[in-house]
Write a protein that binds this ligand. Structure first.
Ligand code: AHG
Ligand code: MN
Ligand code: MN
Length: 336
């Protein structure tokens, strides 16, 4: 009989590899995230039945229209983490400012970033959406989290992951010891290990970007895309185009099939569109842990120093070889 590994057991084993005397807080934090995934997954699955589709009528700090499920997913995570004492503060795509744990509540030694619902433009048409999270250790002294605890470099992450609400619900995470995927068994309500030690295949099977931005890209960015599409050598022979418009789904597919995802800066998004702390960094850590790479064209994503919590960045992530080739084009080092 196949060994069944629940996510809770896996998380506890990972914590033991990180520390000799684990307090359990780190495990509890990740386990709580898996619990949020089940709650949000339940809302996502029932959305069409219980008036959860559509917009709230509000606009978030990014100037984007907030969907009802964005709001519900955000509240779910905020409430799950504001009392158990695992974290000192959190930052969400849907919250303008950082959320600190008030002094009358227990405060922990971690900082949590999250995108409660990623790909929300896909909600109303029943296409996969996700949740992204990223965890850091608090670095300042005293129980209160300060801005310094939030403005970090991705290399400092102690864990990162995402949940994908697809044909099944999956949680994929890393603590720096490989990337592991768990599928929710709805009959027992547990995430079970289904994808151990995920590595990105070497071949670039998928090219994934929003090509309507083509006219807004620079000549070098266009040259890279043209190279992959038209001037391919044998190794690109099987590259196909796939773009969902939901980072979690696009990333998940590329990690399993091999591929490159690009949301570079362009004339409309001069700093890129995706957010460094709760979109790019967690995906970059997962990609590197799976043998891939992530860059903004000049700098490894995980080396970028955050200056504000909602900072945007260009993101090119996936197969190491193609990410490095993008850097060559971008920096004018590719000779055709
Ligand atoms: P969110 O729904 O959290 O705001 O994120 C949307 C992001 C990301 O999921 C996706 O990769 C990208 O926006 C799609 O942007 P375009 O619609 O411009 O292609
Ligand atoms: Mn997002
Ligand atoms: Mn979102």
């Amino acid at each position: 009989m196949k060994k069944i590994v629940t996510i809770n057991r896996h998380i506890m084993e990972q914590e033991r590899t990180l520390s000799d005397k684990p307090s359990g807080d780190f495990s509890n934090l990740l386990t709580q995230m898996a619990f949020c995934a089940k709650l949000i997954g339940r809302y996502v699955n029932k959305a069409g039945l219980v008036d959860l589709l559509g917009k709230t009528g509000n606009v978030n700090v990014q100037g984007e229209r907030v969907m009802k499920l964005d709001d519900l997913a955000n509240q779910t995570i905020l409430r799950a983490f504001d009392h158990p004492g695992y974290i000192a503060g959190m930052a969400s795509e849907e919250e303008e400012d950082v959320v600190l744990i008030p002094p009358h509540r227990p405060r922990g030694k971690y900082i949590l970033f999250f995108d409660p619902l990623d790909g929300s433009s896909n909600i109303d048409v029943n296409v996969s959406v996700g949740t992204i999270f990223s965890i850091y250790r608090k670095i300042t002294s005293g129980p209160d989290a300060k801005m310094e605890d939030f403005l970090r470099r991705g290399v400092e992450q102690v864990a990162a992951g995402y949940v994908i609400y697809g044909s099944s619900t999956m949680m994929v995470y890393t603590t720096g010891a490989g990337v592991h995927g768990f599928t929710l068994d709805p009959e027992i309500g547990e995430f079970l290990l289904s994808h151990e030690n995920i590595t990105i295949p070497d071949s670039c099977a998928v090219l994934s970007c929003n090509e309507t931005n083509y006219s807004n890209w620079s000549d070098t960015q266009r040259a890279f895309i043209d190279h992959i599409k038209f001037k391919r050598e044998d190794r690109y022979a099987k590259t196909t185009g796939r773009y969902i418009g939901s980072l979690v789904s696009d990333f998940h597919r590329n990690m399993l099939y091999g591929g490159i995802f690009l949301y570079p800066e362009d004339a409309r998004h001069p700093r890129g569109k995706l957010r460094l702390l709760y979109e790019a960094n967690p995906m970059a850590m997962l990609a590197e842990q799976a043998g891939g790479a992530a860059t903004d064209g000049r700098t490894r994503t995980l080396e970028l120093q955050a200056k504000e919590i909602h900072q945007r960045t260009a993101l090119v992530v996936g197969n190491r070889r193609e990410v490095e080739l993008y850097e060559k084009f971008y920096q004018g080092r590719h000779l055709t």
